[in-house]
Each structure stands twice: as structure tokens, then as C-alpha cells.
Design a protein. Structure first.
Length: 746
């Protein structure tokens, strides 16, 4: 049982007809919550919000205190101790959980992490942590495990502090942030080129790491010994605990003022209130129906995994989402038809899958209400056992699943967009392309110091996709946080020794085109100067060769994929001595190389996972990400909007003519649209499309013959052969659609 702390005095509210919640152990609370919620369809069986209706001012004052505690932790703890990813970029969140691990109040930040506590607290309850090692007021627990802790990947580390009153756990203060480095074989916070979980770095199940709001001494030593960024990780660990201590202290005060019975009832009413409001929001803004979507991600490992032959191959991951919106305000998403988990780091466990999936739900439907786990009662996802979202083993690597996480939330966001647009909501409908990436660095300094870090800039902010009525904007959006921020370049320079920015800018032409184009993507150029022994790798993000999302918005082009350009053995120092500017992005680098200005022993363009590459003095590396998709057919774009883009340098005349069918000429000192030539060019494009097209029936026949003749490349064949179906039989749907014989095998 939880150890009894000193009694906290305070009034015990008279609830009238509202029955006080009986004090029970965590496992009993979980069982009762599950039973009552399942039987009634309401959180803890609460159908009516008795406290809110009886005294709404007191109820709202109570919640405002809880919410203010979480926000206060966010605003203060980041400036106590923190790495740049947490202090500057908002890669962090604090919250207050119920005894069962459901979120009651959360701070700004990546809000969907509010659901990870459901996995971690259940694990601790089912494994009898209350007896061993004990759960006492002010204890400190930590985890970054996917299966037992609900972490999406090891780079997201959680701190939990139990709040115990009268021998009962009444809640948990929680914090999570994306740490700088996690001790994987390849430096960084995302496990790159992993075959199983034993390559995932410093991964721990929920474990007690301190007591009385202080960490044990050995805990710091683990950070120093098992990660390359021990100092930064210790700073973040102290930051998380400092914020949890603030929440812990404030909850004790709140219970003293409002009473324990009121507290236990109110936190459950708050969650049920969110549940009811979310259902109403879904009903009011969406059109019920089924919205299917697909996404893909390549795994280009052939020749790069000599230590794991079973992983030394190219694969294609299939993400299939069936998104159903009910007339009762419910949403159910199924991932039947998704690929089987594999020997790569792109697998989730269900807790982490929920963290990713609920990003879309939280950003879309948690308006006009309190941000709590009540959203999980109205919106649910199911993951077939054995799939990349629910491995039927504890050995699958989950070191870098965010590409599949961003895929599922982008599919969900676009399904919601189509639904809202069908209902007539225009301003809320835009193309969602979670087209992120980041670079990981590590090495040894000249004095022998080992170090590692992740550059979060393109995780912190990307472009927003096009709307039905306007272009998307660059940099200002991410679906995983309401506070997009790419951070200051200077912060990363001191964390990544020897890597200096020579450019950071939007990249002309780097967007999805349409009647309205997506926001322009961005790029950075790094120059390595006396870096010691340094390697850099790509985290393996959203797009790799294949189209990220297998859908467009009303005929638009999707976002171009992420790409990197490396130049090693360059004459960069000589160019600087001559006063010649270095390239500011990868496009400029390739242009300078083609002109013979920049010389290099090796220049490579990476459209897939860039493996760990050694970089030496004078080398260059360009990173490009964050473009977004368009809306509508590009040849329907207003010619004056195209002219404006050409004048401002966002696209060139060739793109204007080839993509949008707009002919722009130079007359005098001005660029102008040639209206007659534009009409002629757009007719040519339509005629070319018709000449190249075939009927739907003929297309089906040709593609069916490809299947019958087994003319699929191995990654595609393997993808179809290993999809996992439980609920709606994706494999059966495929066979029926293509009218395949019964004995057909992939």
C-alpha cells in the first residue's frame, strides 16, 4: 500500500447527493474505472456533472487552479534548467493525472503525450509497485520505454511524481520532454539503423529514480555513462522534476482548500465534461461517414546493416487508416492493412501509437473545453496485433517511429479536413503534410570528450498546407504542438561543436503546387570547421523516395520530399579566403558545383535515410524539410498569384509554365502574364493529360495484369504479403477489388 504521509488538514466539502469516491488501491481503481466506463459509456459512470451544475463558479475555480499549476510548471521549470529543445522550442509538456493515469490538466507543448500515463500507471499497478518498490508521496519515477511506459520512442523521457494523501494515491504530476541524445549506436535521440530494441539506446521501464522530490545520486551517473549528452539530459531531468514538484505542491494546497472528496469527484467530472464537449464538437463540425487513407515509407537498408543480415534489405511500409465518423459524435480509426512490424526502428507500441494518433484529435476537437484524456472516450483507435503499431513481441525496435506517427496523424487530419469541408467549413480545412526531419550529430572533440545531439529545428516548425481559398504559410505549423518554433541557430551551434550555420532560409520552388500552393519548405546549410571526429545522420523522417500521403486535395500536388545534400572534401576554406560566399542551401551547393566554383571529392543527394557519414574540416551538409501540399488543380491557379510568386522568387518561369500553365514575359522593366499564351498553354496541358490517360476500366485491367504476372518489385511484394488484418480484412478487400484467383499469393 502507499505509505501514509502527514495528514493535510482542510475542509471536507459537503457534496449533497454526490457520493464520495471510496479510497482504493491503484489496481482496484483501474478495474472499477474500466468497468463503469465500459458499462455506461461515460467516464467512471458519471453521466451528469453534479459539481459543475451545483456550483459552477467553485468548479471552474477548482479547475483553473489545476490548469494554472501545469502552465506555471511549463513557464518556470524551463528556465530553471533545460536543454534548448525544451527551453526554446516547446518539446515538453507538464500535466496532472488521475490515480489511474488519465490527464486532468496539461500545459502548452506537445499535448498528445497526455495519454502516455495511461500505459505507465497501469504497468506500475499491474506489477504491484505499491508493494515493491513502494509508491510514496514525492517519490520520483521515470521511463522512456514503449511497451511498459507508453513512450513513442526512447527520445521522449517521462517523469512521474505520485501525490499521496491519507494512504491513497490521488494523482500524479507528470512531465515529458524530447531529450538531446539517448545513447544509441548512432548518436542522437532517434535510433537510426536499428534491427531490434537492443539498438534503441538508454531504455528503462517505469522505475523509481528518487524520493522526497530528489533524484538518487546514481541516476545522474546513468545519464553520464549511458548517453553522449549527459549534461544536457541531466538538465532536462532536473527541469522535469522541478515542474512536477510545483504541481505536486499546488495539488496539496488545492486538496487542503477544496477537500479530498471534492477533489476526487471533480477530477473525474472534468474528464467526463471534456468527453461530452468533444462529442458535440465532432457532431457540429463533421459529416458522418468513412474516410479511408494510405501512406507509405521506404526503408532503404540494403548494404547498410552488416551486423544484422535479416535487416539488411530494402522494405516498404504501408500505413492504412479507416477513419469512421459516427452521427453520435464518435470517431473510430482502424489500422487494419498496415504492415507487419519489422527489423527496423520504425515500429510503435500501442501507448506510443496513441500519443501520435491523438495529436490530430487534440489539435482538432479539443477547443471550447478542458484539455484532458476525455478525448480518448469519444475518439478511439485500434491497432492490429503484429502490426508496426502493435508488435506482438517486446524485442521490436521503437527507436524512430515518428514517420509512421506523422503519417497516421496526417491521415486523420486530412480525413477530418475532408469531413469538415463537406459540411461547409472552409476556413478550418487545409492540407496536412507533416513533412518534418532532423539531423543527428555526434563525435569526439580534440580533447577526447565524446558528445552527441539532435538538431530539432525542422521538428519544431514546418509549413502549413494550402487551404481551399488561400496559400499555406511557411514554418508556422506542426500538428504535434500548438507552439511551432524552429529555435535559434546559435543554440544549436554550441550543442553541435564544429558545425556552423552558413545559411537558413526558405527554398524557392519547394512546395506542393495547386490552385493554392502549400507553404514553402526550408533549408539549412552547415559548414564543419575543426569538428574533431564527427558523424552526422538523418533521423529518418516523413518522406523517403515514395509519396508520403497517398492522396491529394482536389487534384493538387503533394509536398516534395525531405532531402539532404552532403559535400565532403571541399575547397570551402579556399573560397572563403577568396571572398566567395559559401552556398546557403543544397540547391545553391549543387549549382555552384555544376559551375565548377565549389569542388568536392564526393557530393551526394540523400532522398532517403542518410546513414552515419563522417564529416571533416571544410565539409558541407544541407538539410531540407517542411514543405507542404497544395489544394486544387495547379492550372486553375490565378495567373496573377503565379506572377506574384515569380516576382518574389518563390517559383521560376519554367515552373510557372510547366506546372501552372502560366506564361510570364518580360516587358520593359516588368514581368507580366501573357493572357493569350497562358490560355493556349493551359489547353495544351489539358490535351496532354487526355492523350496520356486511359479509361478507369483499362487502368484496372492493366494493373491487375501486373499482379497476375508477379511484376512487383520485392519491397512492394513484401509489403502486400505482410499486411496485418484483423477487423475488416484488408487482404480480402484487395483480392476482391482486383478479382484475384483463390490460389493467388503475393
Amino acid at each position: 500500500m502507499a505509505t501514509k504521509p502527514a495528514r493535510i488538514s482542510g475542509n471536507r466539502s459537503r457534496l449533497g447527493k454526490v457520493k464520495a469516491v471510496e479510497r482504493k488501491r491503484l489496481l482496484d481503481c483501474l478495474a472499477e474505472r474500466d468497468r463503469l466506463t465500459h458499462e455506461t459509456g461515460h467516464y467512471w459512470g458519471i453521466r451528469e456533472l453534479a459539481l459543475k451544475e451545483g456550483d459552477p463558479i467553485r468548479y471552474e475555480r477548482f479547475y483553473s487552479r489545476l490548469h494554472a499549476a501545469a502552465i506555471g510548471a511549463y513557464e518556470a521549470a524551463r528556465y530553471v534548467t533545460a536543454s534548448p529543445g525544451s527551453r526554446e522550442m516547446g518539446e515538453v509538456v507538464w500535466g496532472l493525472l488521475t490515480p489511474e493515469g488519465d490527464a486532468v490538466a496539461i500545459s502548452p507543448g506537445f499535448a498528445s503525450h497526455l495519454n502516455a500515463g495511461q500505459t505507465a500507471i497501469r504497468f506500475m499497478a499491474e506489477h504491484h509497485y505499491e508493494e515493491n518498490p513502494g509508491v510514496r508521496d514525492g517519490d520520483v519515477f521515470g521511463t522512456d520505454d514503449g511497451a511498459s511506459g507508453g513512450a513513442p520512442h526512447p527520445g521522449d523521457f517521462y517523469t512521474y511524481v505520485p501525490i499521496v494523501i491519507e494512504d491513497q494515491v490521488i494523482g500524479w504530476a507528470m512531465a515529458v520532454n524530447h531529450i538531446m541524445e539517448v545513447g544509441t549506436p548512432v548518436p542522437g535521440s532517434f535510433s537510426a539503423y536499428a534491427a531490434d530494441t537492443f539498438w534503441d539506446g538508454f531504455v528503462v521501464p517505469p522505475m523509481k529514480t528518487g524520493e522526497n522530490l530528489r533524484q538518487y545520486t546514481w541516476w545522474e551517473q546513468l545519464w553520464l555513462r549511458r548517453t553522449r549528452a549527459g549534461v544536457s539530459n541531466i538538465l532536462d531531468d532536473k527541469m522535469r522534476l522541478a515542474g512536477c514538484a510545483m504541481i505536486h505542491q499546488e495539488v496539496h494546497r488545492i486538496v487542503s482548500e477544496f477537500g479530498l472528496d471534492y477533489y476526487l469527484r471533480a477530477i473525474r467530472e472534468v474528464i467526463e465534461e471534456t468527453h461530452q464537449v468533444v462529442r458535440e464538437n465532432v457532431k457540429m463540425t463533421t459529416l458522418p461517414g468513412r474516410y479511408d487513407g494510405a501512406a507509405f515509407r521506404s526503408v532503404n537498408y540494403r548494404g547498410l546493416m552488416p551486423l544484422a543480415e535479416h535487416a539488411n534489405k530494402d522494405q516498404l511500409i504501408h500505413i492504412r487508416q479507416r477513419f469512421r465518423i459516427g452521427s453520435d459524435g464518435s470517431i473510430a480509426a482502424s489500422f487494419d492493412g498496415t504492415s507487419h512490424w519489422g527489423p527496423h526502428p520504425f515500429n510503435f507500441y500501442p501507448g506510443g501509437s496513441n500519443v501520435a494518433f491523438y495529436m490530430a484529435a487534440i489539435q482538432t476537437f479539443l477547443y471550447n473545453t478542458k484539455p484532458t484524456s476525455g478525448v480518448t472516450l469519444a475518439i478511439k483507435a485500434s491497432y492490429p496485433s503484429g502490426s508496426i503499431y502493435n508488435p506482438d513481441t517486446l524485442n521490436a525496435s521503437f527507436g524512430n517511429p515518428w514517420a509512421q506517427g506523422i503519417a497516421m496523424l496526417s491521415l486523420a487530419t486530412n480525413a477530418t479536413t475532408r469531413s469538415r469541408f463537406s459540411r461547409g467549413f472552409v476556413e478550418e480545412a487545409f492540407t496536412a503534410d507533416g513533412n518534418w526531419d532532423s539531423l543527428q550529430f555526434g563525435g569526439t572533440l580534440h580533447d577526447g570528450t565524446a558528445w552527441g545531439a539532435t538538431n530539432f529545428e525542422w521538428v519544431g516548425g514546418i509549413a502549413q498546407g494550402a487551404f481551399h481559398f488561400r496559400d499555406g504559410q511557411p514554418l508556422l505549423w506542426t500538428s504535434w504542438t500548438q507552439l511551432p518554433n524552429v529555435g535559434n541557430a546559435e543554440e544549436f551551434e554550441y550543442l553541435i561543436p564544429g558545425a556552423f550555420y552558413v545559411g537558413r532560409k526558405l527554398i524557392p520552388g519547394y512546395c506542393g503546387h495547386g490552385r493554392h500552393r502549400g507553404g514553402i519548405g526550408q533549408g539549412s546549410m552547415f559548414w564543419f570547421v575543426r569538428p574533431g571526429e564527427l558523424t552526422a545522420s538523418r533521423t529518418g523522417a516523413a518522406t523517403c523516395y515514395v509519396t508520403f500521403l497517398a492522396q491529394g486535395m482536389s487534384g493538387a500536388y503533394p509536398a516534395p520530399g525531405v532531402f539532404h545534400v552532403s559535400a565532403r572534401g571541399t575547397n570551402s576554406h579556399e573560397l572563403v579566403r577568396q571572398g566567395i560566399s559559401l552556398p546557403r542551401d543544397g540547391v545553391e551547393l549543387l549549382k555552384m558545383a555544376s559551375e565548377g566554383v565549389l569542388k568536392a571529392s564526393k557530393i551526394e543527394i540523400w532522398r532517403y535515410d542518410m546513414p552515419p557519414l563522417p564529416f571533416a574540416d571544410g565539409d558541407l551538409l544541407g538539410s531540407h524539410a517542411g514543405a507542404s501540399g497544395g489544394w486544387g488543380d495547379p492550372i486553375e491557379r490565378d495567373p496573377q498569384a503565379v506572377l506574384k510568386d515569380v516576382r518574389e522568387g518563390w517559383i521560376d518561369q519554367t515552373s510557372a509554365r510547366g506546372l501552372c500553365g502560366v506564361v510570364i514575359v518580360h516587358r520593359g522593366e516588368n514581368w507580366e502574364v501573357d493572357e493569350t499564351a497562358t490560355q493556349r498553354r493551359r489547353k495544351e496541358i489539358r490535351d496532354e493529360r487526355l492523350a496520356e490517360s486511359v479509361s478507369g476500366e483499362e487502368f484496372w485491367r492493366q494493373e491487375r495484369q501486373v499482379l497476375l504476372d508477379k511484376r512487383l518489385i520485392e519491397p512492394v511484394r513484401h509489403m502486400y504479403a505482410t499486411t496485418v488484418s484483423e477487423k475488416f480484412d484488408f487482404d480480402g478487400d484487395l483480392r476482391k477489388f482486383w478479382a484475384l484467383p483463390e490460389d493467388f499469393c503475393w
